[in-house]
Write a protein that binds this ligand. Sequence first.
Ligand SMILES: Cc1cc2nc3c(=O)[nH]c(=O)nc-3n(C[C@H](O)[C@H](O)[C@H](O)COP(=O)(O)OP(=O)(O)OC[C@H]3O[C@@H](n4cnc5c(N)ncnc54)[C@H](O)[C@@H]3O)c2cc1C
Length: 398
Amino acid sequence: MTSSRHLDWPFLEPRHKVLATELELWARRVLSDDLQDHSVRAVDDACRRLVRQLGEGGWLKYAIGGSAYGASADTIDTRAVCLIRETLARHSGLADFAFAMQGLGSGAISTFGTQEQKRRYLPRVGNGTAIAAFAISEPDAGSDVAALQCAARKEGDSYLINGEKTWISNGGIADFYLVFARTGEEAGAKGISAFIVDANTQGLEIAQRIEVMAPHPLARLSFKDCRVPATQRLGEPGQGFKIAMSTLDIFRSSVAAAAVGFARRALHEALSRSASRKMFGHVLADFQLTQAKLAKMATDIDCAALLTYRAAWLKDMGQPVTVEAAMAKMTATEIAQQAIDSAVQIFGALGVVSGQTVERLYREIRPLRIYEGATEVQQLIIARGIIKSHQESEREHD
Ligand SMILES: Cc1cc2nc3c(=O)[nH]c(=O)nc-3n(C[C@H](O)[C@H](O)[C@H](O)COP(=O)(O)OP(=O)(O)OC[C@H]3O[C@@H](n4cnc5c(N)ncnc54)[C@H](O)[C@@H]3O)c2cc1C
């Protein structure tokens, strides 16, 4: 579908090239992007089916960590996760979503879970028989996540959770939710803990299904005296914010990779259309104005991909990655939006017809500039990081 020259970049190892090539063949055989029925039921069914297929195909093993629990390796291979998301996004936004949520919803269990928690959840996430979700956002705490109010009060051997979560992907179809709630050890970020809450726990309800421009399962959750055994707490009390941020450190680069996948598909569509659309006695690709658009799209996409795989490589090398992952997420999602917009322009009226691939991509890319930290939040993370490094290096030279 697109050139695979980027698979030879030095950030990747031979095993990554094999993985991407095999997944490409699988995706061509199994996936299609023709979900026309956007009803809640059709979208839910499609997601459940995709999770099962991704499990059967062996791809979800890369979304979890711990060979003893069915994972591909003991720690999550961030470059593999990125390649998988990039490839799936090129073929089907919903397949990319299904893969990503298995990782995001269980990532903290892979990293911080007890043996018992890992044994109970990871094998099922990795083979596609359990669906995971990540629940941190609230109506009054999105970008300012440390302001979350959903509370978990200790009572004997359990916690009682009360409050709300919103914009929760897989809300309504998940088998368990990774819930971040205030346990009050300290004010702000240091007073939050993480819990694994099974979907059938009494007191947890789907308060509202939310329909969005790129349909996928999304819901507001309500917790009313929802009792969770203390053994379902992840990590230590008060560690929740750290757990959430370290999970995002892995998966933020993968949002960038998905954006690269959407943008590569848009470039492919734009190249095909401009090479075949006849006008003024030529084809569209003969005109320099078109060539300028295509050149910018290709160059921007490589920029985004280089930042993405640099961040993923740093993470796999055990290096701090917060700034680099933010650079990748911000750049890739913004660039992909522009590249897809150019593809729609090249298609003319056909580009805005419902069901056209570029029309679908136009809707699919938009939320990526908002979730897992909006572009403005990434700008703040980058600025904070580089100002701190600058001050440290100035002190060293004093
Ligand atoms: C499709 C989709 C799926 C999602 N899935 C999940 C999920 O599975 N789990 C989950 O917990 N959450 C999920 N979210 C929620 C997502 O993480 C939040 O939407 C995001 O953190 C932004 O929060 P908010 O929507 O409340 O926007 P707000 O916090 O109200 O921010 C609004 C806008 O303000 C701007 N902004 C933010 N900070 C600053 C600043 N400091 N200076 C200037 N401008 C700023 C940004 O442009 C931002 O978009 C999802 C969201 C979407 C759209």
